[in-house]
Ligand binder design. Structure first.
Ligand SMILES: [Zn+2]
Length: 61
């Protein structure tokens, strides 16, 4: 007897939360570009990076 899965879907690790997530239908055309498991994570990274880019007012011009 074999233990065969119904589907063999690719997986990735979310660049934001670090959790693995599985391929979804809505990503079939952009899977190679998908880096986050959800829009929330993507927005989270955007905000974080935006904060980094803004840099604190400590830096001297
Ligand atoms: Zn995530």
């Amino acid at each position: 007897m074999r233990n065969v899965k119904k589907q063999h879907l690719p997986t990735k690790v979310c660049a934001a939360c670090g959790r693995p997530f599985t391929w979804r239908r809505k990503w079939e055309r952009v899977w190679s570009e998908v880096r986050y498991c959800s829009d929330k994570c993507r927005e989270h990274v955007k905000r974080t990076r935006a904060a980094d880019c803004g840099s604190p007012g400590e830096s001297v011009k």
